[in-house]
Design a protein around this ligand. Structure first.
Ligand code: MEV
Length: 440
């Protein structure tokens, strides 16, 4: 039976590995070899990666792919995508090429407002609290000036601080609801530092505020933290073309356009479908978010919350046919950055941003929204025409063949074979076994 360990973080990397493989794996020697196989031979680079997090024992690789030919507001991009799922990059590339020939993607940043809150409890007179807030507001700004100075010089900073009464939800609960402009930074550290400073000033000033009684002076700060729900940090991307240009394989253009609109409408009204529909969108979004070193958990949380903002989880994309024009669009919140965090540290992230022509945060918001829209177009187009498995299994074929231990020659023969045949898992295994047996 395994026992808890004290001071794991103090062990050397080698000792951590020895401990984990001997206590939690069946084949410690093999496990250790696997972990070490993923170390980078460049010790400087390895050290950099070791220091991103704590208790590092190895690196976890994901493929980095490129989806070229994205025409966004008349500028051509090649999108770096970090993702493990076969067919995502191929689908994105296919959608990019399709819309390249039809005017490309048009995007707009609707807003860039970030949010943070100081949550506190106060059980006294609410009018006195409002008066105190008016009194303390200039001091909140003044005492945070050392944090906001540089951001302000660049045109950002604190946009507003509001007192919000949340006592109808929870007795005694109030907030300082604060909005920020963080320009090209995602801004999490900036926002949290401001909020913690606000909380400290707020508490200190309350203790000496003469109109408060003893209980009111003792208001309790619960926590100070940014909100990942950023419905005003919003971007829109769209594509459109005359329906008669919507030519896909054997599909009749209007019938295809109507099928697309119907599929999106189903995702709008049916949460089970909406979740999968949006998952497909996130295939594109997360891949670019990861490649550019942004926080995909924050992006996921924000986007899914936005998808249910009207009380029911719904599609993030929309589509219509109007006056003979097919329109397809997405609107999503994206609080992301192109400076700070991993963006200056991770060599591949830096390179990904260079490939994207060093975008500002606003430009990256637009690129990411396009990745989501393109991915959704490709997925829904497959779903309403050939079905998803045809394309997906073609791309997944190599994974199956690798699992089966196929040689380069076998992979070649079977890839050719499955250009003409449906590549289900069992069909691939059967064809592989047949080929192997015929060779032996
Ligand atoms: C698979 O990763 C994504 C899809 O399920 C998305 C969708 O159904 O729209 C194909």
């Amino acid at each position: 039976m395994n026992t808890p360990i004290e001071g794991f973080s103090k062990l050397t990397k080698e000792e951590k590995i020895d401990w984990i493989v001997s206590n939690y794996t069946q084949e410690p020697k093999e496990a250790k070899a696997i972990l070490k196989r993923y170390w980078n031979a460049n010790t400087g680079l390895q050290k950099l990666h070791d220091e991103f997090i704590e208790n590092t024992i190895s690196n976890y690789y994901l493929p980095l792919g490129i989806a070229p030919n994205f025409l966004i507001n008349d500028k051509l991009y090649a999108l770096p995508m970090a993702i493990e799922e076969s067919s995502v990059v191929a689908a994105a590339s296919k959608a990019a090429k399709f819309w390249l020939e039809r005017g490309g993607f048009k995007t707009t940043v609707i807003g860039t407002e970030k949010i943070g809150q100081v949550h506190f409890m106060y059980y006294g007179d609410s009018e006195k609290l409002t008066a105190f807030f008016e009194f303390v507001l200039p001091k909140l700004h003044a005492t945070a000036a050392h944090i906001t100075k540089n951001m302000q010089k660049r045109g950002g900073g604190i946009s507003a601080i509001e007192l919000r009464d949340k006592t109808h939800d929870l007795k005694g609960y109030y907030q300082l609801h604060c909005t920020f402009e963080t320009l090209d930074a995602m801004g999490a550290n900036f926002i949290n530092s401001c909020l913690e400073q606000f909380a400290q000033t707020f508490k200190q000033e309350a203790q000496t505020y003469s109109a408060f009684n003893a209980q009111e002076k003792d208001l309790e700060i619960v926590m100070s933290i940014l909100s990942n729900y950023v419905p005003q940090c919003l971007v829109r991307a769209e594509v459109s073309c005359p329906v008669n240009e919507l030519t896909i394989a054997d599909e009749e253009a209007m019938a295809f356009a109507q099928k697309m609109v119907r599929a999106v409408t189903i995702a709008k009204v049916e949460p089970h479908r909406a979740v999968t529909h949006n998952k497909g969108i996130m295939n594109g979004i997360d891949a670019v978010i990861l490649a550019t070193g942004n926080d995909f958990r924050a992006v996921e949380a924000a986007i899914h919350a936005y998808a249910s903002k009207d009380g029911r989880y719904t599609s993030l994309t929309d589509a219509c046919i109007e006056d003979g024009i097919f329109k397809f669009w997405i609107e999503i919140p994206l609080a992301i950055g192109t400076i700070g965090g991993l963006t200056n540290l991770h060599p591949l992230v830096k390179l990904a941003l260079e490939i994207l022509q060093k975008p500002s945060a606003k430009e990256l918001m637009q690129i990411v929204a396009v990745a989501g829209l393109a991915q959704n177009f490709a997925a829904v187009r497959s779903l309403v025409t050939t079905g998803i498995q045809e394309g997906h299994m073609k791309m997944h074929l190599l994974n199956i063949l690798n699992q089966l231990g196929a040689t380069a020659e076998e992979k070649n023969i079977l890839t050719q074979h499955f250009k003409q045949h449906a590549a289900t898992h069992s069909a691939v295994v059967e064809a592989f076994e047949k080929l192997r047996n015929s060779n032996t």
